[in-house]
Ligand binder design. Structure first.
Ligand code: SAH
Ligand code: SF4
Ligand code: F3S
Length: 443
């Protein structure tokens, strides 16, 4: 049998990135070789995202490119959230695609590829019956120091704007034994940072008799020998309990960072979004975080221009951003999505107005970040060294608070600094990153 080559491009969130690591590992275990360009590959795969219309369009642009330039002899596959959402309609939009598979079907990928080789014209894996196993033995991780690990799949919320419950299915938690076994294995392989992933990690519920909640799991993961940094994302405010902050306070390995998407500062809009919390509920959680001795950095997601959002509602979002003083935010224009409740809502906000509101949010936040980051000047922070910018003679580090801290190191060092932890003194600050000098030299 000739060596089979594949190319995989990934869009979307960290869960998708991690799914791709599993897909790569699985294909490598079946004798495939990964190549860097679609031109060089016999099998071309796109792991897709459907969260906003722009994200969805990316995969169709990629496929259109091949339609024009010719992808003769190649097998095309669409994986991930667009695959799950559009299903067999993808074959109509892009007739040369022969494989469509959602994230719950990746364990069946090798089987599906065998069917294609045996002459099947088209194969699909679209069942959301939860046959997937979390314990894929073949994950090929991209980063040798920082590992992603999914603890819960799917989402049981029904936020009015969101496709995820349709593209990822209902919630399924992984057993605590299985999570801890993988964390220990990662530590033994030399990983020192782990990021626990789920669309809503806070609703994690251990299906084994131990029945742990998320805070307990988090605490246990933080106790695994060799794990210096534990992060988690994403937290839904409704299920974010005080016990999570207590776990961070007690666990030195748990990072000083919580991403807590608020979406809007207006109760009226939060209600229309079906977010299941009020601004006051949310602010209570912010207070827990701010009262922690750990100096926890807080980040969020904002949607502007949700149907019916008035100037007054929008002003409340700006006010909330000022009140909380987030370390950074992700902000988006509302994008109407298939199957969602908001699609049928009246009073859709015109595109230019959404663009205007997004600019206002981003400018206000930028000014705030310049001010907040400047407060870090003079402090000493431990970074995990993630890379090197040879052109600038700088190293790239990440702080526990998840800030990028670029720094110079007085001793000539090779790439061996990458993956180590170093104390760095902050000397400058910009809106999106810090800069500084390492405090001690490594032997
Ligand atoms: N599970 C996470 C969110 C995952 S999606 C949570 O509940 O917080 C990441 C972010 O994309 C969301 O927080 C939201 O801000 C944004 N988003 C989701 N659907 C969107 C849509 N239809 N239009 C614009 N932004 C959207
Ligand atoms: Fe989407 Fe809401 Fe679920 Fe997050 S909690 S994935 S925003 S439905
Ligand atoms: Fe996108 Fe699917 Fe993640 S829609 S954000 S890739 S869960």
């Amino acid at each position: 049998m000739t060596a089979k080559t594949f190319y995989l491009e990934t869009f979307g969130c960290q869960m998708n990135a991690h799914d791709s690591e599993k897909v790569v590992g699985t294909l490598l275990s079946k004798g495939y070789t990964q190549v860097e360009t679609p031109e060089a590959a016999e099998l071309v795969l796109y792991n897709t995202c459907s969260i906003r219309d722009k994200a969805e369009q990316k995969v169709f642009h990629r496929l259109q490119q091949f339609k024009r330039e010719g992808g003769k002899g190649k097998t095309f596959g669409v994986l991930g959230c667009v695959a799950q959402q559009e299903g067999e309609k993808i074959f109509e939009k892009a007739p040369f695609v022969s494989l469509v598979a959602g994230s719950a079907s990746y364990t069946k990928l090798p089987e599906m590829l065998v069917q294609l080789e045996a002459g099947a014209r088209r194969v699909t894996g679209l069942s959301l019956d939860t046959e997937e196993t979390f314990d894929t033995p073949f994950t090929r991780r991209d980063n040798p120091h920082r590992a992603y690990l999914t603890i819960i799949e799917g989402c049981d919320k029904s936020c009015a704007y969101c496709v995820v419950p349709f593209t990822r299915g209902p919630e399924r938690s992984r057993t605590s034994e299985s999570v801890l076994a993988e964390v220990r294995q990662l530590a033994a392989l030399g990983y020192s940072e782990v990021q626990l992933l789920g669309q809503n990690v806070n609703s994690y519920r251990d299906p084994s008799p131990a029945g742990w909640d998320f805070a307990t799991l988090l605490e246990r993961v933080g106790e695994v020998d060799g794990m210096r940094r534990v992060r988690f994302t994403t937290s839904h405010p409704r299920d974010f309990g005080k016990s999570i902050v207590d776990a961070i306070d007690r666990g030195p390995a748990l990072c000083n960072h919580v991403h807590l998407p608020v979406q809007s500062g207006s109760d009226r809009i939060l209600n229309a979004m079906q977010r299941l919390y009020t601004r006051a509920d949310y602010m209570k959680r912010i207070e827990w975080l701010k009262n922690s001795p750990r100096n926890i950095s807080i980040t969020t997601d904002i949607i502007v221009g949700f149907p019916g959002e008035t100037e007054a509602d929008f002003a409340q979002t700006l006010d909330l951003l000022n009140q909380v003083e987030y370390d950074s935010i992700f902000s988006f224009k509302y994008s109407p999505r298939p199957n969602t409740a908001a699609l049928a809502m009246g009073d859709q906000i015109p595109e230019e107005e959404k663009t205007r509101r997004l600019t206002v949010v981003q400018e206000q936040q930028r000014a705030l970040q310049i001010r907040r980051n400047a407060e870090a000047i003079g402090t000493e922070q431990e970074v995990l060294v993630e890379g090197r910018n040879a052109a600038l003679g700088q190293w790239i580090g990440r702080t526990s608070q998840n800030r990028t801290l670029n720094f110079t190191h007085s001793v000539a060092a090779e790439d061996s600094l990458i993956g180590t932890y170093l104390p760095v003194r902050v000397t400058r600050a910009g809106p999106n990153s810090l800069a500084g000098e390492s405090v001690i030299s490594v032997m």
